[in-house]
Design a binder for this molecule. Structure first.
Ligand code: CMC
Length: 446
């Protein structure tokens, strides 16, 4: 709407007049006002395009590098209230799922929207278990990597390579095809991860054992040596299962945004999720668990924590495993992980780095620098300590994040595909480069 009399000051609604779910914006360049609809406390960025100085102008855009205040989708999968420290999958609080559910049941919930009944759960287990094997050629492919190749690099490559084995995955609008690729992706993640790990050790690959649970089988493929049948330790199997539940989804984080963005070009889900693993690999995202443990090792002793915190406050380094774009309170996952850590330490012995981590947390939670910026431990602060105690090398830490996140990525990808409002993801830019200029022949260049 263009209004003849521009609004120049904000006014609260007159108690007598009905509440209008709109935002009135005045362009002070022209004095024109525009009334923009508000839905879910949000305006549509495209509604700004009507704001122009001249009719031939492109129209106003919003500028939001890093999407700090831009909703890119409507979602029904995961809810986070960062100020209150709330995380729910499909409405179920993460604390309840961590206590009462299993990773595979939670994965089903994320993907299909409801908790499965017993028949659905049995079928789901059956399908996942029967898609854990990988094509023998993947082994040859893995053999091409150096012994010290980072397992995340191997994981990205092997997931992408799956698209070449399953060309039917291109039928992304066929529900049966999507179902099959979901089984394959969730089922094969532990196998690909375990094979990458065994490759770095130069040890023979261990094939899946269909009698074991999802996490039990993963431990089998990682750690089995000469025994005829591997029996996972129930405490470690349970700890890993809880960690998998906590990592399964986290709404529109960097890798979820990646799987949606890449998937929006209608590429197959193997290629789209390989891109998501690449996004997760970075040290600000899933790679932070590896970096947090390296940091604790670098600090070396409780006495050296204050000195390290001083360096963080001087902007020389970061306290890895601290801070979050959304959580401005204690990351609820970190609280549960701390409990799991004690269960694992009881079995495996206390990780000597724990005291350093606790001292970092103690100082940070009292220090004005961290308090003012609302920086709390996130999911990656304590996980490394648990993984290390369980016998994982540091390079496997982000892989342990990626395996369970696959269910979240596939849920996000499918929701994006089926959303009629979604199109190919294609942001705008503010071009600040040169205006047109003639080509300069090489002999005339400075
Ligand atoms: N150590 C020290 N200062 C920090 C930290 C940290 N870990 N995190 C943020 N800050 C400071 C930052 O320098 C900034 O200060 P100032 O206002 O003076 O410039 C302020 O806090 C706000 O930070 P930001 O970088 O604007 O926040 P962001 O939302 O862009 O970044 C983050 C979020 C997670 C990338 C960041 O907190 C970080 O780099 N943390 C360390 C890496 C990490 O633990 N990542 C795992 C995230 S949780 C798991 C996952 O989902 O991936």
């Amino acid at each position: 709407m263009d209004s003849a009399s521009p609004t120049t000051q904000s006014k609260t609604t007159d108690a007598a007049s009905p509440r209008r779910e709109t935002l009135t914006v005045t362009d002070n360049r022209t004095g024109k006002s525009y009334e923009i609809p508000i839905t879910h406390d949000t305006i549509r960025a495209n509604d700004l395009r009507q704001i122009k100085v001249q009719a031939s102008d492109f129209g106003m855009m919003s500028y939001d590098p890093s999407f700090s205040n831009t909703a890119s989708c409507k979602s029904r999968i995961t809810f986070i209230d960062g100020d209150k420290g709330i995380l729910r999958y499909r409405g179920y609080p993460i604390e309840e799922l961590a206590e009462k559910s299993t990773y595979l049941e939670t994965a089903y919930l994320l993907l299909y929207g409801e908790l499965p009944n017993s028949t659905q759960l049995r079928d789901w287990h059956h399908h996942i278990t029967h898609h854990t094997f990988i094509h023998e050629s993947i082994k040859k492919f893995l053999d091409g990597f150096h012994y010290d190749a980072h397992p995340m690099g191997m994981l990205i490559s092997t997931i992408a390579a799956l698209s070449t084995f399953y060309p039917d995955a291109k039928h992304i609008f066929d529900p049966e095809s999507r179902k099959k690729q979901t089984y394959r992706l969730v089922g094969k993640m532990p196998t690909l991860a375990a094979f990458a790990y065994r490759h770095t050790l130069g040890m023979p690959y261990v094939y899946p054992d269909n009698e074991l649970t999802y996490t039990g089988n993963f431990l089998n493929m990682l750690f089995r040596t000469s025994e005829t049948r591997y029996r996972p330790n129930p405490t470690l199997e349970h700890a890993l299962d809880v960690l998998f539940i906590l990592h399964a989804d986290h709404e529109q984080n960097c890798s979820a945004n990646t799987v949606r963005g890449v998937g929006s070009s209608h590429v197959d889900p193997f290629s789209a999720t390989a891109a998501a693993v690449a996004a997760l690999y970075g040290s600000l995202h899933g790679g932070a668990n590896e970096e947090a443990l390296r940091m604790l090792m670098e600090i070396g002793s409780v006495q050296k924590v204050p000195e390290f915190i001083k360096r963080v406050k001087a902007g020389e380094t970061k306290l890895m495993g601290f801070g979050h774009r959304i959580y401005k309170n204690y990351d609820t996952r970190a609280r549960i992980i701390k409990q799991v850590a004690y269960e694992v330490f009881e079995l495996m012995g206390k990780n000597p780095l724990l005291e350093i981590a606790l001292e970092c947390e103690r100082i940070a939670l009292e220090d004005e620098y961290f308090v003012k910026r609302k920086l709390y431990p996130n999911v990656d602060f304590y996980t490394g300590l648990i993984y290390q105690s369980m016998g994982f090398p540091m390079t496997m830490f982000p892989v342990l994040f990626a395996i369970p996140r696959m269910s979240g990525w596939v849920a996000q990808w499918e929701e994006m595909l089926l959303d009629p409002e979604q199109k190919i993801a294609r942001p705008r830019q503010i071009y600040l480069g040169h205006d047109t200029r003639p080509y300069v022949p090489i002999d005339q260049r400075k």
